[in-house]
Each structure stands twice: as structure tokens, then as C-alpha cells.
Design a protein around this ligand. Sequence first.
Ligand code: PLP
Length: 306
Amino acid sequence: MALHIPTPLMESSPLSRAAGCAVWLKLECMQPPGSFKIRGIGAACEHYARQGAKRFVSSSGGNAGLAVAYAGRLLGVPVTVVVPATTSQRAIELLQQEGAELIVHGASWQEANAMAQSLLQETDAFLHPFDNPLLWSGHASMIDEVAATGNRPDAVLLSVGGGGLMSGVMEGLARNGWGDVPVLAVETQGAASLHAAMQAGRRVELEAVTSLATSLGARQVCEQAFALSQGGKVHSVLVSDRQAVAACSRFLDDHRLLVEPACGAALAVAYARAPELAAFRSVLLIVCGGATATADNLRQWTAQLA
Ligand SMILES: *Cc1c(COP(=O)(O)O)cnc(C)c1O
């Protein structure tokens, strides 16, 4: 049995009114560990467990690490997560609640990741947060669920960090005969690694990630996401942190659901009725979720960005 749950698909009246087209929400924020990541990570963990993995190792202090911890608990496989000192108290608490062994090491993700790699034993499986084909085909299951309703969108609206979600969604579109559906790939300014790569015509590494949408903070997108972006169906859209945070607040009021700014980025495009939407009658919005933001964080960010 899969570790993720099938999620609701619903048309949003407030978002449709704002966007000027029918906005269908795929509510991945309802996944037990709080984001879509459990789809791909759950599938990958099941695969590695079948192959005899005795431990799962992650270096993500965000939703990927949470998904690994959750998957390990359900599969009865121990989990070690190495996170940098910058990881929020909230994320640390959530990881501990899932029963993961937590190692806080280094000032940045690079250092935590190097430590995680150095720990790897023969019988361990390392779970990358976005660059793994097992993840993409797991993420694709969210599109299988939409396709089963027969409700074909004119476009898909989603957030991009390292590009695992986008790779999975496009795999799902292709395997359901919807490969020609365009994708609006949203990033925040300050975390725009896909945008930079599309501009340059090759993958580039950002010097730094300055957005507070930390779940979008991959300095470079994976090869697969870049390759897909060259197919003519991916349109890059940028929003500000302020727009992403404002979208989170508005979504909380509209649907009583709290999501991270990483998810607010995609919501912001609909709330702003971005010109990129004008060509479409119906849009599928992947509400990717995120468990690491609190209502307090949202208030602080709103004040800080005012
Ligand atoms: C990981 C994550 C993303 C970005 O996904 P990628 O696969 O890295 O592109 C977006 N939103 C949330 C909430 C996430 O956890």
C-alpha cells in the first residue's frame, strides 16, 4: 500500500474569481507529513526497503526530511536526518515527533549534506529531495488521480524548487495522454534557479538563495527539470516573497488551510490574475503545502515585508 493518501480535488470559488478562470486545487497540503513530497519519497523508500535498506538517510530540514521520517516510521526502517544549524525549531520538533534520529551539523546545507554522505553505510539508502527518477514517478501519481476524474486542465500551475515536483507532474501528464498541457512554473525572486537556467539556456548555479520560501531554495535545478523546460511547454513565472506570503494569508482565510510561502508562490499567480493565465479557461493548481510554517511565522513575515 502506498504511503501517501489520495488528495481532494476541488474547484475554488475564491481563487477562480481572483484568477478569472476556473481554478482546480489539488490539495497536496493534506498529505499526512504536510506536503506532496511523501508521494515520491514514499515510493522511493518502499523501493529501497524492498531492496533491503536498513536505514534511510536525509539531509533535508524541510518537507523532504519530514517525508523520509514519516515513511521510515510507517515502514519500520530507522531514519537519520542531518540538518544545518539554521534549521528552524519548528522543523526540528516535527522531525523528532516522527521519531527520526536528528543530527544538527554545520552552518549550511552543504555541510550537513557532506556529513550525511559520510555516514552512509552499504545498507543505507540516501534520499535526495528532488533529483531521483523514483521520486518523479511517485509524484506523478497526483496527476493519475486527476486524470481518473476525466477533468483535463488547460494548464497546470505549480511551484519549482529543485524541479522534482515539476518533473513528476510532467511525467504524470505524459503518462495520462495529457503531455501537451502547458505548465506554469512559479518561483520566488531570490530562489529562481529554473528561471535563471531557462534564461541562460543551460543549468546555472545561483550564488545564493535569498527568498524566505526556503522550500524553493535549491541553488540549481535537476537536469531532468531543465531538460523538460526546453520542450516549449514550460512557462517560467516569478513572484515576490511579499506576494507569496500575502497569498498564504489569503488562502488561509479563503480555505482555512495554512501552507508555506513555497506554496504561496503558485497561489500568488492565481490571486494576482497574472497575464500568463489569460489564455486558459481552467487551471490545475498544485497546492504543494509544506509543514514548516506556522501562523506566527506568517504574521512575522507579513510585518517584515510591509
Ligand atoms: C519541496 C517543495 C517544493 C519544491 O519542490 P521541488 O521538487 O524541489 O521543485 C515546493 N513546495 C513545497 C512545500 C515543498 O516542500
